[in-house]
Ligand binder design. Structure first.
Ligand code: NDP
Length: 412
């Protein structure tokens, strides 16, 4: 049915390509391109041995370089480019898509490398150009952002006349048996968590100190976990697309051990994203040279690789939306829709842990719905702008089943 080009060969890409290969009638041709070609080759071989899908091709590309991307896209001519590299590459990949007439999907919004700040304005600025070119760009199609916005769209379509209060709750109750590790790219993860908190209330943004607000929330099959209010990108588009929302917040759980390490990392300057000068020994042992390093990038090099956490990961994630508003019957209702994902089951199926799994599966479903024609809408669009029904149906059959609770205590 369609040709897909996946950019990136990390944890999320590994899951997405495995799942694409499990749906060969939709993904009739797959190419993986990333900065390090051997990682693409290793992934193609792993997918072939797990699924029997042979013939995945690979390429080396620097996705910061538009000209290199254009050459690759012109050569392969994909129907859709699935960007599973880092948020830094979003704009260059979108630009190359426009220059070559390719459609686009990603899982995280653009961030400049030198500023720990994310917002959609940079990508929304491409709206008109995608629309005029008749191309679809699907933004934020992982779990959060991604499924959480689709849950919200589904609630608005089937259960509520007015969504008034939205709390997105993200719990990772897994244990990887490491003193400290992040579940996806450490640089992106630590930048996100050390930012100031932000939420939407009564028509305006309210800022908090990093991790200032927290409370115990009870997660299905897990129990109570301390949950911290963070700024998260999907809130930005949801409050625009659902203007009846009076308050929207995002909560994520952290254990004391994780927070203790994070505090030390910050206090000793290892979370800095500016360049520092460092006297480094030369590889040939002939002396030293002054080099510039970014402490957070150096830290990434010594932390556990999130892709290697899967083997000993126990427990599960639980991510969902807790919603209060006016139901289709005109009365006030509450609603909780969520998925629980087992790290072990994810690892057994794809070789990756639950956080990569919960991101890679929705990215595959988004690309699938585009290729099947259900999610074709020229322009640059957040996932809640598409019909949630076919996506919710696929979640159930592709490994991320969801559950609904009506009129329960939301604790918030
Ligand atoms: P990884 O670090 O595991 O993988 C990133 C991949 O991108 C690597 O293969 C890396 O190559 C490649 N890459 C980096 N820079 C370039 C470049 N300039 N050119 C080409 N390739 C490049 O990250 P994850 O798989 O954990 O995360 C992937 C994306 O998913 C991120 O954007 C992350 O923010 C997002 N995410 C979204 C979530 C959601 O729910 N929406 C949740 C979790 C993650 P190399 O190995 O050579 O460096």
């Amino acid at each position: 049915m369609g040709k897909v080009l996946v950019i990136g060969a990390g944890g999320v890409a590994s899951v997405a390509v495995n799942k694409m290969a499990q749906n060969p009638s939709v993904f009739t041709s797959i190419k993986i391109a990333s900065r390090t070609k051997w990682k693409c080759d290793r992934l193609a071989a792993d997918v072939a041995s797990r699924t029997g899908y042979n013939g995945i091709t690979t390429a080396q590309v620097d996705a910061d370089n538009v000209d290199e991307l254009v050459r690759l896209f012109e050569d392969y001519r994909p129907d859709i480019v699935v960007n599973l590299a880092l948020p830094y590459q979003d704009l260059t990949i979108m630009e190359a898509c426009l220059q070559t007439g390719c459609n686009y999907l990603d899982t995280a919004n653009y961030e400049p490398k030198d500023e720990a700040h994310f917002e959609y304005s940079w990508q929304w600025a491409y709206r008109e150009r995608f629309e005029k070119a008749g191309l679809t760009a699907i933004l934020g199609c992982g779990f959060d952002p991604g499924v959480t916005s689709i849950y919200t769209a589904y609630a608005a379509k089937h259960h509520f006349n007015e969504i008034q209060y939205l709390d997105i709750v993200d719990c990772n109750a897994g244990d990887h048996h490491k003193a400290f590790a992040t579940n996806f790219n450490p640089e992106i993860n630590i930048r996100e968590i050390t930012q100031k908190g932000l939420y939407w209330e009564n028509g305006q943004w309210v800022e908090t100190e990093p991790l200032e607000i927290h409370k115990d929330l009870t997660y299905p099959e897990i129990g109570p976990r301390d949950s911290y209010l963070l700024h998260h990108e999907e809130i930005e588009s949801l409050v625009i697309n659902y203007p009846t929302i009076k308050r929207a917040r995002f909560w994520m759980t952290f254990g004391q051990q994780y927070l203790k390490h994070l505090e030390v990392i910050q206090n000793i300057g290892m979370s800095r994203i500016d360049e520092i000068e460092y006297e480094a020994p030369l590889a040939d042992g002939t002396g030293t040279a002054k080099v510039k390093i970014v402490p957070l990038q150096f830290l990434k090099a010594v932390l556990p690789n999130p892709q290697e956490l899967g083997e000993n990961y126990e427990g599960q994630t639980s991510i969902g939306c807790r919603i209060r508003g006016i139901g289709k019957d005109g009365k006030e209702h509450t609603y909780y829709v969520y998925n629980n994902c087992s790290h072990r089951a994810a690892y057994e199926e794809t070789g990756m842990q639950g956080v990569s799994y919960t991101t890679g599966v929705p990215a595959m479903i988004g690309a699938m719905l585009f290729l099947q024609g259900a999610w074709v809408k020229p322009g640059v669009r957040n996932v809640e702008e598409f019909d949630p029904d076919p996506f919710m149906e696929q979640l159930n059959s592709q490994g991320l089943p969801w559950h609904e609770l009506h009129d329960v205590d939301l604790e918030l």
